[in-house]
Design a protein around this ligand. Structure first.
Ligand SMILES: *[C@@H]1O[C@H](CO)[C@@H](O)[C@H](O)[C@H]1NC(C)=O
Ligand SMILES: *[C@@H]1O[C@H](CO)[C@@H](O)[C@H](O)[C@H]1NC(C)=O
Length: 183
């Protein structure tokens, strides 16, 4: 093999190696081509951009979610940090921050708007809702400590102890059922 060919061989190897991450996913991916689903929840479109069970992330998970007018998350809490960036639309954050009571109680309401960001304090009960009748609400969500362990409330007066653990969460379910290395 000539020196030049050998060099090209080495070079192509480097390109190949940097193209795929440890999970076997390409480093750069087209968001429009990632799997999206409503996971049985009306008005939702969810994309796991970077996932724990899906891509092997240990510290963070990133979601892209779109809520049709009137739809939103359940009333819930989790013991992870969560940061939102509103990419499109507007809506309302309902946040019950008092951790002293037996139940969440009447939440504070915060107006969410395009290009706004907000975070949910660990364990605070909250709900994000598209309260704009005319436009989808699209958010980028980052959570810590994946996969998400979510406690769901029927309403704001449900005792914290009665909130129901949903684990694995909707989009993690199918991957928990079929182990990843079983192709
Ligand atoms: C990303 O995917 C969408 C949908 O398939 C496609 O229209 C678009 O051209 C893609 N972008 C690039 C840069 O390939
Ligand atoms: C969001 O805010 C940043 C910082 O001011 C700005 O650069 C960006 O253009 C804004 N984006 C939109 C869609 O308004």
């Amino acid at each position: 093999m000539s020196a030049l060919l050998f060099f090209l061989f080495l070079f192509s190897d480097v390109i190949e190696a940097s193209f795929f991450s440890a999970s076997g996913e390409p480093i750069v991916r087209n968001i429009s081509e990632l799997a999206q689903s409503n996971y049985g929840r009306g008005g939702l479109s969810h994309v796991t951009v970077a996932g724990s069970v899906l891509h092997g992330f240990k510290e963070v998970e990133v979601w892209l979610q779109t809520f049709a007018p009137g739809s939103g998350t359940p009333i819930h809490r989790h013991s992870c940090e969560e940061v939102f960036i509103v990419l499109k639309g507007s809506g309302t954050l309902y946040l019950a921050s008092s951790s002293h009571k037996q139940y969440p109680g009447k939440p504070e309401e915060y107006h969410l708007f395009s290009n706004s960001t907000f975070h949910i304090p660990v364990n605070d009960v909250h709900q994000v809702k598209n309260t704009n009748k005319d436009e989808d609400l699209q958010v980028l969500v980052v959570i810590s400590r994946p996969p998400a362990k979510v406690f769901i409330y029927k309403d704001w007066s449900m005792p914290h102890t009665a909130a129901k653990l949903k684990f694995p969460y909707y989009w993690d379910e199918e991957y928990f059922q079929s182990p990843k290395d079983e192709l």
